[in-house]
Every structure is written in C-alpha cells, then in structure tokens.
Design a binder for this molecule. Structure first.
Ligand code: PGA
Length: 246
C-alpha cells in the first residue's frame, strides 16, 4: 500500500510542527509494505527531505515542468525536486488540470519528465460530477489514461491515482461498489498497456480516518492520495495505520 499526502498550497517553514510528528510516528506505519509519502509545497521540499532522512517518510512534489531547466518562470523541474531529496511527484492533479488548463498531452510529458529525473510519477485521473451523472465516468477516465500514460513510461516507477473531481475536498466519496468498478476498469487498461506490471492504483477524494479502512479494503485499491487529512499528523497516521491492516 502507498499512502501519499498532498498538502496543496498549505504550509510554510514556520508551520512544520505537524510534519515533525509525522516523522516521529512514520515507523509505526511504514512497514508491512506501506510506503508513506508527503508532498509539501515546492518551497518546503528540501527542508522536509532533510528532516525526513531519519525517517521512512518519503517526500514528493505536487507538479513539475516537462523540461529539465530553462526559461520557464515560476516552474519547477523534476530534476530540481530530485536534487532536493524528493522521490516522487504528482502530475495531472485535477486542480492543475482545471486551474492551469493542463491537458493529457502535458500530463504525459510531465510523467515522462518525472521518470527521466528518477522520480516515481503519481498520475491523477478522475471524472467530474456531470460526467458521472451522464454515465461517462469510465469513458472519461479511460481517455485520460490513454492520453496521460505514454507506453514509454517505466511501470515500476508509475502510480495511478483515481480521484473523482466531485469527491475532492467535499467530504463526499463514491460508494465502495463504484470505487471497485472504476479501479477494475483502470486495472484492465493498465494491464493492456503495461502487461505483467503491478502499477498501484490509489483512491483519492475525501479520504479520512473514518472511511480509510473501508476504501482501502476495496479490490484493486493500492493506497490513497490524501489532501485535507494529510495536514494533521493524527489523521494522516490513522489512515496509514488503516493501510497496514489491509
Ligand atoms: P482531499 O483531496 O483529500 O482533501 O479530498 C484529495 C486530493 O486532492 O488529492
């Protein structure tokens, strides 16, 4: 199981108290095959990675640019994240797709860049509420997978996160049957694209301690991508401990 926390645009160098608790308690959860990752804002990558050297907690980025360097004001290269101690980067999060107009081709380029830099790429996909209501959820997600996952990716350093857009930050989650159906569909697509590879498929969207055990027990759910609940050490660790039990 892989448990990844996405802090989004939260946290600064003066507010790392919760992170200290996560480092101290990570060994409780980071065993029995559970990988724990925290993805702070880019300004904290190096600081968090330095503090986490004593801990099994890994550090990730929330986004990267496709190029390794150059005239791209405000952007961060995957190589920079790697040089600062990151092991992982999230690409194609729905907030990037919506707020910054990122399309599948750009997400594919970012996933490729992540692996070029030696990072694990967590590629996010997920339908909007309107798409689900129209009965198009699987078609939309399959289209995102087709466009965002070039066949040249190394499946050993690839993770897919299914995050229904309408479940992110809303407190709402799909039924476990709906999660199971979508994860089975994603697995079928991944098996066709990367035969024989066991690419983990995370569920994301309003995961919290009270629903983690149920969601993590769904077939083909290989972990969770957690937003709000990853800001509090107690909540993040409780979710990670639910993963240990699975
Ligand atoms: P949430 O966010 O846990 O706050 O719903 C999930 C995500 O966006 O990865």
């Amino acid at each position: 199981m892989l448990i990844a926390g996405n802090w989004k645009m939260n946290g600064d160098p003066n507010t790392l108290g919760e992170f200290g608790k996560m480092i101290a308690r990570a060994p409780e959860a980071a065993h029995n095959g559970v990988t724990l990752i925290v993805c702070p804002p880019a300004i904290l990558t190096a600081k968090c990675a330095e503090r986490a050297t004593v801990s099994p907690l890994e550090i990730g980025g929330q986004d990267c640019h496709p190029e390794p360097n150059g005239a791209h004001t405000g952007d961060i290269a995957a190589e920079m994240l790697a040089a600062c101690g990151a092991t992982t980067v999230i690409v194609g999060h729905s907030e990037r797709r919506a707020d910054h107009g990122e399309d599948d081709a750009l997400v594919a380029a970012k996933a490729t860049a992540a692996q070029r830099a030696g990072l694990r790429a967590i590629v996010c996909v997920g339908e909007t509420e309107a798409e689900r209501d129209a009965g198009n959820a699987e078609t939309v997600v399959n289209g995102q997978l087709a466009g965002s996952l070039p066949e040249t990716l190394d499946p050993a350093r690839l993770v897919v996160a299914y995050e229904p857009v309408w479940a992110i930050g809303t407190g709402r989650t799909p039924s476990t049957d709906d999660v199971a159906a979508m994860h089975a569909a994603i697995r079928k697509t991944l098996d066709a694209r990367f035969p024989g590879a066991a690419v983990p498929i995370l569920y994301g969207g309003s995961v919290k301690p009270s629903n983690a055990a149920e969601l993590l027990a769904v077939p083909e759910v290989g972990g969770a991508l957690i937003g709000g609940a990853s800001l509090k050490a107690d909540d993040f660790l409780a979710i990670a401990l639910a993963a240990v039990k699975n």
